[in-house]
Design a protein. Structure first.
Length: 240
């Protein structure tokens, strides 16, 4: 386990025989697209304050790693550069939408991908809890796969998975998906689920034909599937 969304975590994950990695992006006060999950920096850095209330230069001074292995908050551009060393790996980008910025984070994500020459890449996927974001990318970058992430509360008020956009795939949480198994392959769409951190959940995804699972524990997932593959091999027939 490495500190989340750090260069060290991405480097170690990309070395593994996995499909790809996932990141979250937010805008700093001065409009830089940073790779960061929370709206506030206090949980995962040695600082305090909201990401959208700090300039990138201030965010860059924070340590999001450990004392032994300090790490700086990355820009999406830097992560895309790192991905160049792993041409077989995919990247799932979740755009975060604070009230202050609205669609600007999507627009900036589009600019960064355009500048990097990745607007038509099959390796780039957009995931979002916002139907508006899904509609934006479907219109502006139809070549990119988009996934609509179901919010946890949708398990109660949207049990049939009604959608207000046309994504390439759907993304309920693993708990939501297990409670509403009909969401797997909903309307023929791909299924992305999060966050799958136990062997039982991982095997459930495999047995129910989930296309993509997001996990904090890729090594555990690899070990779990390797054990399952080993035990599923038929025993050799006895010699006659």
């Amino acid at each position: 386990m490495y500190p989340e969304l750090t260069r060290r975590a991405f480097e170690e994950a990309l070395k593994l025989p996995i499909h790809g990695i996932e990141c979250d992006v937010r805008l700093s006060r001065d409009g830089k697209l940073v790779v960061f999950h929370d709206a506030n920096v206090s949980r995962t850095t040695n600082g305090r304050g909201r990401v959208d209330c700090m300039d990138y230069a201030q965010l860059r001074e924070l340590n999001c790693g450990t004392d032994e292995d300090p790490q700086q908050i990355m820009l999406l551009e830097e992560l895309l550069e790192l991905m160049q060393d792993y041409p077989d790996k995919h990247l799932y980008i979740e755009t975060k939408h604070p009230t202050l910025y609205g669609p600007e984070v999507d627009e900036q994500t589009l600019r960064v991908l355009t500048y990097a020459g990745l607007l038509h890449s099959e390796r780039i996927h957009i995931i979002s809890f916002s139907h508006k974001a899904v509609r934006y990318f479907t219109h502006m970058a139809p070549q990119l796969e988009t996934y609509y992430l179901f919010r946890v509360r949708e398990k109660r008020w949207n049990p049939r998975g009604t959608m207000l956009s046309r994504p390439y795939g759907v993304g309920p949480s693993i708990q939501h998906l297990q409670a509403r198994q009909q969401l797997v392959g909903l309307r023929g769409l791909k299924t992305y689920t999060w966050t799958v951190n136990t062997p039982r959940q991982m095997m459930w995804c495999r047995d129910h034909n989930v296309d993509v699972l997001a996990t904090d524990l890729p090594n555990l997932a690899l070990e779990t599937f390797a054990r399952a593959d080993a035990t599923s091999v038929p025993a050799p027939a006895p010699a006659s």
